[in-house]
Design a protein around this ligand. Structure first.
Ligand SMILES: Nc1ncnc2c1ncn2[C@@H]1O[C@H](COP(=O)(O)OP(=O)(O)OP(=O)(O)O)[C@@H](O)[C@H]1O
Ligand SMILES: [Mg+2]
Length: 335
């Protein structure tokens, strides 16, 4: 659905060149929710704005739904942009227009007649749960409600792609969850491809299928979320995962100076997460162990568990073998 090839983009500020994208390749499949995570200034917004050519790259190719956007003329690009909608951190609603008028705005610009527009606005407001708020102004809404207006407006012209620029960063955790749930439902119902940029790994974990880690204008790691989140390889990805885990800082340093023996990280995925495997393995291999860190949660809808344990005694080979036959992945953090 989206193919970005070797994108370069710099800005000139006070006569100095600032490189925001330094050769970025990215591929998003139809119907995929793809996350781009990175620190402030990494180039995330620039990357997102290149996808609809709000920002023109200095070099590289931008292909969306099979169309090379840079080859289009003004009218062609306007038509292509109708299929690529966007939502924003600060919602970008028109303050002097009602909720219904905001949602209808793209249809008005596209020249829809009033009855058709009213029907579509009503359907969209119902879908995002704002029917009762149709005649309010943005200032009368909560942040979560404002973002629902933004989402309804983005869906107005039935886009194939939705670009989300830190769409939940201004929201509290509970509202964030409800907006992410809504995006996941829309992805399911409409087969909408979503590119979502964020600086929070938990946002990626909740709804993304794939993720790219952007650092200083370059993609330093990319893959399925289950891979990058559970087994991050780059220092940047590890930092984002650890920030999401909120584990003890001593454990974060990965040196484990404060514990004895081998340190293993066990990863359980799917239904295994809830099975009493660790007890079975400990009895079988006569392990003595302590738990250093642990988390049980979900990646999108798939449960996972990840435990870091320090093993002070026992038959390690037998433990490793039994864990492998049970489908538990073992990484030795310290041998
Ligand atoms: N219009 C612009 N003019 C000049 N420099 C810009 C412009 N837009 C972005 N930059 C610079 O490009 C780099 C990447 O910026 P970008 O906004 O893409 O980062 P970001 O990852 O979205 O950051 P944040 O998380 O803070 O939103 C930064 O160094 C920024 O200062
Ligand atoms: Mg940004």
């Amino acid at each position: 659905m989206i193919q970005l090839e070797q994108l370069h983009k710099s800005y000139t500020v006070d006569g100095r060149q600032i490189a925001a994208l330094k050769g970025v390749d990215l591929h998003v499949q139809p119907g995929e929710v793809f996350g781009v995570i990175g620190a402030s200034g990494a180039g995330k917004s620039t990357l997102l704005r290149v996808i609809n050519l709000l920002e023109r790259p200095d070099s590289g190719r931008v292909v969306v739904a099979g169309q090379d956007l840079q080859s289009l003329d003004g009218a062609g690009l306007r038509a292509a942009r109708q299929r690529i909608a966007m939502i924003f951190q600060h919602f970008n609603l028109l303050g002097s227009r009602t909720v219904a008028q905001n949602v209808g705005w793209p249809m008005r610009i596209a020249g829809w007649d009033s009855p058709r527009m009213a029907a579509r606005v009503n359907a969209l407001l119902a879908r995002v749960g704002l029917t009762e708020h149709a005649n309010k102004y943005p200032a009368q809404l909560s942040g979560g409600q404002k973002q629902r207006v933004g989402i309804a407006r983005a869906l107005a012209l039935e886009p194939q792609v939705l670009l989300c620029d830190e769409a939940t960063s201004a929201l509290d955790p509970e509202t964030t969850r409800s907006i992410l749930d809504l995006l996941a439902e829309l992805n399911d119902e409409l087969k909408l491809s979503i590119v979502l940029i964020t600086h929070e790994m938990d946002v990626v974990r909740r709804i993304c299928d794939g993720v790219a880690v952007l650092d200083d204008g370059r993609i330093v790691e990319e893959g399925p979320v289950s891979q990058v989140f559970l087994h991050p390889r780059s220092p940047t990805a590890r930092r984002f995962v650890q920030a999401a885990e909120q584990v003890d800082e001593g454990t974060q340093r990965d040196d484990f100076a404060h514990v004895q023996g081998q340190v293993w990280r066990l990863t359980f995925l799917g239904d295994r997460t809830y099975e009493p495997l660790l007890g079975e393995v400990a009895r079988h291999a006569k392990l003595d162990f302590g738990i250093l860190a642990g988390r049980i949660d979900r990646i999108k809808r798939v449960p996972y568990g990840q435990l870091t344990i320090a093993i002070s005694a026992g038959d390690l080979a037998a433990a490793r073998q039994l864990l492998a036959t049970r489908g538990v992945q073992v990484e030795e953090l310290r041998a």
